[in-house]
Design a protein around this ligand. Structure first.
Ligand code: CA
Length: 415
């Protein structure tokens, strides 16, 4: 696959995250336009809601302030719209003059949460992350829980606090107990962290009582976003047994503004790493279902000219794919809904500078990171801005997601 050229010139720049190969879906507004669906092409946003209203696109629900209705239409509709947009936007298209008025400069619009998040489930499916965290808490011999190589471990998270990139996050408040303290206390989190993840967006439902195969699960996924699973490590350490994370994860999860479709990522499909023990048949991957997506994290005081890159890794490091996670999720008969969001789990590579959380990068806070401005960090300080970036690199083009960024504000006053 090489660059698909567009008459929107900026989309043909090999460094542009939004060439015609990408065409991610999002929701935008301007001073005069209420939120509705759009795609990105070059440095422009294309108003799909207005195009639908103008009869240039079939009725897909693009006039709505969320992608859910479009996702509900299913894979054939997703493909048909992509083909229609290629026709409208391709170099030499006779439609260029007709489409031009529907373009807005990207820096003049506001991007919103791209879909109504039905429910949110977060997994723990990165081998290196699970090993690192397990080593810190239980030692390297017992790092992986006995079920880890057999089952994609997950927990049901909160959809209510999923926010789009750019939303400020208040430092959470909660109950903690220091190891040497006799009794717990209550106050602002002291060990605030990120988790670098990808989110899979479920675009087709499953029926209660009806499991799906891994291949069917892959077909149900509409696309992918970058996801920051903000984590309060001190709250988590005290609350997590025996039911897993609760308030430590419930206060905020940030996602990137663009849902990058499976179609755009198709050339970057990769298989999961070799199995260390065979999986049960219902979890076996019938094809390549991970993707080669370079990921990075930066941290810096808000407004810093040069935030410091603290991690570089790749989505192909995961042990389980989103399709395997989705098949496992539905395996009991759990119904999956359009707009469900599945967090991959923290994506940590094998090297120390490829870890996807501060917990791992600073090894539990014992090895502070030195930032570009000379200051050090163990965990996140008030005013810090954390940004996740991701891109798949093709032959002369790249597929970007838009930044997934958030600034940490001081803890709220507690009544
Ligand atoms: Ca997580």
């Amino acid at each position: 696959m090489s660059l698909l050229r567009s008459w929107v010139e900026t989309a043909n720049d090999p460094m542009c995250p939004f060439p015609m190969n990408n065409l991610p879906f999002g929701v935008f507004s301007t001073a005069g336009i209420a939120p509705r669906c759009c795609t990105a092409i070059g440095d422009r946003v294309l108003d799909l809601g207005a195009m639908e209203r103008g009869g240039l696109l079939k009725r897909m629900g693009f006039t709505e302030p969320a992608l859910n209705s479009f996702m509900e239409k299913g894979p054939e509709a997703w493909e048909a719209i992509r083909a229609t947009l290629f026709g409208y936007l391709g170099e030499g298209s006779p439609s260029a003059g007709m489409i031009e008025p529907y373009l807005h400069p990207m820096d003049s619009v506001r991007l919103h949460l791209p879909f109504r998040v039905a429910e949110y489930t977060d997994f723990y499916a990165g081998r290196q992350h699970a090993f690192n965290v397990g080593t810190m808490f239980r030692g390297p011999e017992n790092a992986l829980p006995p079920n880890w190589l057999h089952i994609p471990i997950g927990y049901n998270g909160r959809a209510s606090t999923i926010v789009v990139s750019g939303t400020d996050i208040h430092r959470p408040v909660g109950q903690t107990k220091a190891p040497d303290a006799d009794v717990p206390g209550f106050g602002p989190c002291k060990r605030l962290d990120i988790e670098l993840e990808m989110g899979a967006v479920v675009g087709q439902p499953s029926t209660m009582g009806a499991p799906v195969s891994v291949a069917e699960a892959d077909a149900m996924i509409f696309g992918y976003v970058l996801l920051n699973d903000w984590s309060a490590r001190d709250i988590q350490a005290w609350e997590y047994q025996p039911l897993g994370p609760f308030q430590a994860k419930a206060f905020a999860t940030s996602i990137s503004p663009w849902v990058v479709t499976k179609a755009a990522l198709e050339p970057f499909r990769r298989s999961t790493p070799p199995r260390e023990v065979p999986l049960l048949p219902y979890l076996e991957e019938p094809g390549s279902m991970l993707y080669d997506i370079d990921l990075s994290v930066t941290i810096g005081p808000d407004g810093a000219k040069n935030p410091t890159t603290i991690s570089r890794t790749n989505y192909r490091e995961m042990y389980y794919s989103a399709a395997q996670q989705l098949a496992h999720h539905a395996s009991s008969g759990c119904a999956m809904r359009v707009g469900d969001l599945l967090g991959s789990g923290t994506i940590s590579g094998p090297e120390k500078d490829s870890y996807g959380s501060l917990l791992e990068l600073t090894w539990g806070g014992k090895e502070p990171l030195t930032l570009g401005d000379g200051t050090t960090r163990t965990f996140i300080e008030d005013g810090d801005r954390l940004t996740l970036q991701g891109e798949a690199r093709g032959d002369g083009y790249r597929i970007g997601f838009g930044d997934c960024t958030g600034r940490v504000l001081p803890a709220p006053d507690f009544p």
